[in-house]
Design a binder for this molecule. Sequence first.
Ligand code: URP
Ligand code: ZN
Ligand code: ZN
Ligand code: ZN
Length: 481
Amino acid sequence: MTSSTPPSTPPSTPPSTPPAPADLVVHGGTVVNAGGSAAATVVVTDGRIVAVQDPALPLPPHRRAIDAAGSFVIPGGVDPHCHIGQRLGEYSQLDDYASASIAALWGGTTTVVDFAIPDPGQRPIDAVAERRKLAEISRCDTALHGCVIQWDATTAGQIAEMATTGVRTIKLFTTYKDVVMAGPDTVLEVLRTLHAQGGIAYVHAEANHVIEDAQASAVAAGEAAAGHMPRTRPELAEAAAVAQVLATAEHVDAPVYFVHQTTAEAVDLVRAARRRGVRAYTETCPHYLYLDEGTYAGDHPERFVCCPPLRAPETVAQLRARALVGDVDTLGSDHCCYSTGQKSEHSHDVRVMPNGLPGVETRLPVTFTQLVVRGGMPVERFVGMFATNPARLNGLTGKGVLAPGHDADLVVLDPAGRRPARIADLHMATDYSPYEGEELAGWPSVVVSGGRVVLDADGFHDPGPVGRALHADPMPDHLIT
Ligand code: URP
Ligand code: ZN
Ligand code: ZN
Ligand code: ZN
């Protein structure tokens, strides 16, 4: 090789100052994204990932190093479906944003998305403002879904205003009449209006008339107690409502996301719509993949009362098969912290008792165990459902991907590790876990949130109320896959 510069020429610029050390390097592990995985070093500064580099390169100067040898390094979880300290009907969930976010971080979730469900008579936009205030004590980043119950002359304006405050997802319930149910006309207007804002409707789809009729016949037969939960909310109620909402979405050419789908039939309706070009998405929850209706015959049926209910073992197997082939987009915990006492008080009547299961902390190990360890799901697909897709379907651009420029939210987990779930070791504001005693894999050994190491071998390091209220970006007008 030749050089035009004579060897005697002195350097023309003074030596540069050494680069500032990175805050953190995570090295030795396999970095897993939804799009692929590779051995790599993650370099973090000022809360952001600044490099994901070849592991053969020397580590850059750093203040702290974490050795992830033998482990996966995955994006921090984005939980698209959490209910945090919300009053619904007669009962309030027992947590607040401090305890819920601490439990989330313990479980490898670094972003929680909660619902701003209006109290009776409250405007949706005011419910959003109230929730944002409550979220100021959060330890992890937060985002919100708005919620519309009844369309009126002000609703379109409120949806536009919500979008300017960074809320572009709206929850709609097709059931819970006289509490939060939205009629089909309201569903149509919200879908159409949100589409114009780059938003997506999040729909709880169960046909209310079928459920009320099933509940009435259960009551008449003396079978309204918690142990009879499945008969009060039949599977076909889910498929019926999904079909109707899909038709509405297709009619107004708007995207739609179905929360907590529990049956292959419902999932297949969404997939068929997608093949027609409808932007329709499926969420399921850890409990619908791991537990079945056999729990209602046990000692504490009330602890497992959730809507939709846990299903028959064949239904669970079919749902899991759909998830394994990639027909489920996201995993939401549908976290609801009620105590056994609250759930027992009216457990003779499922129409009155509070429904929902605690789960923000166990979403990762329960689904990692059931899908990756037992089901053989590629870990990249799992990361898509656990973090990447929920981030994209909430317009949370900085989340769910380990790449330069993204938020430094990451989880180190040893896929070979196993530990039983025990309420004594968990941090959710309740006295039970639906998974008590289950031997689970996928517990995080290290959690980094916003560049802060909040969980490591020494235990939990409470970062204080540092969580940011995230603003959703408009979502693209094409299928997000
Ligand atoms: O049982 C449940 N899922 N309770 C919470 C409210 C809802 O429907 O998501
Ligand atoms: Zn729901
Ligand atoms: Zn829910
Ligand atoms: Zn430490």
